[in-house]
Design a protein around this ligand. Structure first.
Ligand code: B12
Length: 151
């Protein structure tokens, strides 16, 4: 039977995704984009080797984006995100920044490796990409509860 009225379109949630500037590992990036799209997100995927400036540009083009999600596998996240503090200070990345992957060189990870990434302005550090939807929900709820301190 044909319905008279189309159901109201569901709200589309947008995220910006990419891999850090020096990093060409693409497999996890594709899998994450695919998984988020399957969950209904509009994923602006900038792919591998994305400098901070390109994440900032994408955010300007997509002010509706809930978060910028950055992957890094080659161990050089800290070096690749050196421009993050300046970009954030200029208000260019005024949404939560989530970082995940293999975030420092070597198999033994120190808590200092994570701390220095936070000091660059990374809001959330995740290892398991399956946690992304729940993390995005939580960040959105937090932003709705206190819009002035959304990022
Ligand atoms: C395939 C591969 C390559 C391919 C990449 C091809 C391509 N275009 O993707 C090639 C040969 C090009 C390559 C090159 C290099 N690689 Co490589 N590579 C790998 C390898 C074998 C598999 C990576 C992969 O695709 N895994 C499959 C995906 C699904 O899993 P994953 O990447 O581990 O990601 C998981 C998590 O990390 C997490 N995750 C990943 N991204 C994100 C993002 C977010 C937001 C979140 C929440 C989670 C998350 O979720 C994933 C699923 O659990 C790994 C070793 C390994 N077995 O893991 C090394 C590895 C990543 N490579 C490594 C290195 C060092 C390099 C090179 C520097 C080597 C060199 N000297 O040239 C270069 C760097 C190139 C560059 N500019 O980045 C190291 C990194 C070491 C470190 N961080 O300490 C690894 C770990 C190998 C090793 N044991 O030394 N590599």
């Amino acid at each position: 039977m044909r319905h008279e009225f189309a159901p109201q379109a569901e709200e589309t949630r947008t995220v910006i995704l990419g891999v850090a500037a020096s990093d060409s590992h693409v497999v996890a990036n594709h899998l994450i984009a695919h998984a988020l799209r399957a969950q209904g997100f509009h994923v602006v995927n900038l792919g591998t080797c994305t400098p901070v400036a390109e994440f900032a540009e994408a955010r300007t083009e997509h002010p509706e984006a809930e978060a910028v999600i950055i992957g890094s596998l080659n161990g050089h996240a800290y070096e690749d995100l050196q421009e993050l503090p300046a970009a954030r200070a200029q208000g260019l990345l005024d949404c939560p920044v989530i970082l995940g992957g293999n975030l420092s060189v070597g198999s033994h990870k120190e808590s200092a490796d994570i701390e220095r990434l936070r000091q660059l302005g990374v809001d959330v550090i995740l290892s398991d990409p399956e946690l992304l939807p729940a993390t995005l929900d939580e960040l959105r709820e937090r932003a709705l509860a206190s819009p002035a301190v959304a990022s």
